[in-house]
Write a protein that binds this ligand. Structure first.
Ligand SMILES: NC(=O)c1ccc[n+]([C@@H]2O[C@H](COP(=O)([O-])OP(=O)(O)OC[C@H]3O[C@@H](n4cnc5c(N)ncnc54)[C@H](OP(=O)(O)O)[C@@H]3O)[C@@H](O)[C@H]2O)c1
Length: 252
């Protein structure tokens, strides 16, 4: 038995990057993992990787910008598995540009995915979890950019992630007495292409972070995944409405 044996876990954005590693690690700890995103192919790759290790996983194509998709996603999980124990709202995107030059459609796109997407997921996940005898746990994925740090060119992304942190805290207060525990993991730069500045290679990023960050490097996806699983596990039962900041000392 492990912390997540027989748990039903949803990971949005589970087809790539950090979400894929989170999905694989939950499966290694015994969970049945549902990965959701817009791209069937990448989701399928995650499912195959999990099944190749003897784990259980399913891919469901869903766009968090569409309320109907999110409703159908959560509905299919609860119909098929009878419950939803853990949800990791990890789907996100980054569009950069200084405010005066940022097309309004880019601003809206970032908010539609990163803020409204998390809101839609929370709505449907909470509705399912609050009816369950054992409740449920939700981990939103924020970023230090926004709630803790401001970076020129990242206004839309930062404002969106600051909103995710505020949304997380408020929803946590609203539902903890109904058995739904909600927190956020709030990373600094992680080892995916999203942390590359325009035109930067991984080697350039390593050089930049060696100078910029107290820890001198990017977070590994395993470090991120460990933080997500801590917040999803009973070990963190008294942690409610927090940002678990994972940033190599950037905001210390
Ligand atoms: N990498 C970093 O340095 C860093 C730092 C702090 C926070 N974060 C956050 O960590 C999370 C994961 O990022 P990552 O670095 O792993 O980047 P990534 O590989 O680009 O992952 C983002 C995932 O979200 C999915 N997604 C995007 N839009 C979606 C939509 N409308 N509906 C459903 N799924 C959608 C993408 O899949 P599809 O395109 O197939 O839909 C993709 O799998 C994001 O929330 C990001 O903001 C990243």
């Amino acid at each position: 038995m492990t912390r997540f044996t027989d748990k039903i876990v949803l990971v949005t954005g589970g087809g790539t990057g950090a979400g894929r590693v989170v999905a694989q690690d939950f499966a290694r700890e015994g969970a049945t993992v549902i990965v959701a995103g817009r791209t069937a192919e990448t989701l399928g790759t995650t499912v195959k990787a999990i099944e190749a290790e003897g784990g259980r996983a399913e891919a469901i194509v869903a766009d968090v910008r569409r309320n109907g998709d999110v409703a159908a996603l959560v509905g299919r999980i609860t119909e098929r598995y009878g419950r939803l124990d853990v949800a990791v709202n990890n789907a996100g995107m980054l569009l950069a540009g200084p405010v005066a030059d940022l097309p309004e459609e880019d601003w809206r796109a970032v908010f539609d995915t990163n803020v409204h997407g998390v809101f839609r997921c929370l709505k449907h996940e909470i509705a399912a979890m609050r009816t369950q005898p054992d409740g449920g746990v939700i981990v939103n994925v924020s970023s230090v950019i926004g709630p803790y740090l401001r970076i020129p060119g990242m206004a839309a992304y930062g404002a969106a992630k600051a909103a995710v942190s505020a949304l997380t805290r408020t929803a946590a207060l609203e539902y903890i007495r109904e058995g739904v525990r909600i927190n956020a993991v709030t990373p600094g730069p992680m080892d995916t292409p999203m942390s590359l500045r325009p035109g930067e290679t991984e080697a350039d990023r390593a050089e930049r972070l060696e100078k910029e960050l107290p820890a001198g490097r990017v977070a590994s996806l395993e470090e991120f995944s460990a933080a997500v699983r801590y917040l999803a596990s009973p070990e963190s039962a008294f942690v409610v409405g927090q940002d678990l900041v994972l940033d190599g000392g950037a905001t210390a």
